[in-house]
Write a protein of this length. Structure first.
Length: 371
């Protein structure tokens, strides 16, 4: 029923938009022979140590210097006691703490879930999948660290609103209750839609792709399939039809008016927003919230990690949000305007505003344009 699409995010070594080595400092904690590591091909200016102990020594010796890393990448077998001690030491000695990510390739799913539950790191990344993803995640974390170091007493501090544990707990509780009830009630609708999709075209009823959500966390994103199978492979040949344009130095989104890849059933599903229903599964899993900023395909998210735009990833990913209730389906909306709405939500989201957006969502479900 599910199909996986590997996004066309190029490797850093092959990315024509990156002409110089990134101004991002990494500290890799690895226990393998580094001479043949593919990481050395690009991250030549980064530093490599073989244990948490040598990592602490390096950080002590380079504190308050330009060599202090923007991101610590751990690529050794998991030892919870050592990681807990290291994470606590980082939090006590660096303000804001240096972000920590773990290589997914050396972890089991149970270990990943436990790490997130105990909040021992910032993210889990498959560093062998694509070095571009790691680079853009590091850019986001660097931007986030800059925001976290703003004086918290300032009234216009954009970080204040999304650091409340009480708001986060209430929001998560609401997400679980609503998504679970909705999935149970809508199960017959799910089955009917999947049947209609499969009657029109061969292929799966549900489409799965990689998206970047809150904190640039990458997860499997679900939608009802609205396009022909293999639609992603046609992006390059259709890019000149992109309604958002491709102006250098601006956010990059990809959308086509009257997209020829969309099926007849897909057009109906998109115009009524029924294609979004499987995202209730993402909400129940905790990848997304009912209200937030849209999770983006990796090739779009990569253009929004600059200091000007990265703040939009500091809000939860959501099924509906400010963009949907204010500008969804309007051709005249610019990429910058869309991201500004995302940043507005990231700075000011709370339960009252979420309920307001939910109340406004029904009137925004039906698009006026096929975009």
């Amino acid at each position: 029923m599910l199909t996986t699409t590997r996004e066309n995010a190029p490797d850093l070594n092959e990315d024509p938009t990156i002409t110089h080595k990134p101004q991002i400092q990494f500290l890799f904690i690895k226990s393998i022979d580094l001479q043949n590591s593919p990481l050395l091909q690009f991250y030549q200016d980064s530093n490599f140590v073989d244990s948490f102990a040598t990592g602490k020594t390096y950080l002590k010796n380079n504190n308050n210097t330009a060599a202090l890393p923007d991101l610590i990448v751990i690529d050794i077998p998991l030892n919870f006691a050592e990681l807990t001690s290291f994470q606590k030491w980082i939090a006590e000695n660096f303000n804001p703490p240096i972000p920590i990510v773990y290589n997914e390739g050396v972890l089991t799913q149970n270990e990943i879930q436990k790490l997130y539950k105990l909040k021992l790191l910032d993210d889990v990344v498959n560093i062998d999948y694509n070095s571009t993803v790691l680079y853009y995640k590091a850019k986001f974390f660097k931007k986030r660290s800059t925001q976290l170091s703003i004086d918290s007493s300032k009234k216009d501090n954009p970080v204040k609103q999304f650091t409340s544990n009480k708001v986060s707990l209430a929001k998560r509780t609401l997400d679980i209750i609503v998504s679970l009830i909705a999935i149970i009630i809508l199960l017959p609708v799910f089955l009917i839609i999947i049947l209609l999709i499969k009657l029109e075209t061969k292929g799966p009823g549900i489409y799965k792709s990689k998206r970047a959500g809150k904190g640039f966390k990458i997860f499997d994103f679900y939608k009802f399939r609205t396009m022909v199978v293999g639609a992603d492979s046609k992006i390059e040949e259709l890019y000149n039809l992109n309604i958002y344009g491709t102006t250098e130095g601006t956010p990059s989104f990809f959308k086509i008016a009257n997209d020829p890849r969309i099926t007849k059933v897909g057009t109906f599903l998109r115009n009524t927003s029924l294609d979004e229903l499987p995202q209730l599964i993402n909400v129940l899993k905790g990848d997304m919230s009912l209200v937030g900023n849209r999770p983006l395909p990796l090739y779009e998210a990569a253009t929004l990690t600059t200091n000007e735009w990265a703040e939009r990833f500091m809000a939860p990913a959501g099924i509906t949000g400010l963009w949907q209730v204010k500008k969804r389906g309007q051709k005249e909306m610019s990429p910058a305007e869309r991201v500004e709405l995302d940043i507005n939500y990231a700075r000011n989201h709370n339960l009252a505003r979420d309920f307001w957006i939910i109340a406004k969502t029904p009137s925004a479900l039906f698009q006026k344009e096929n975009v």
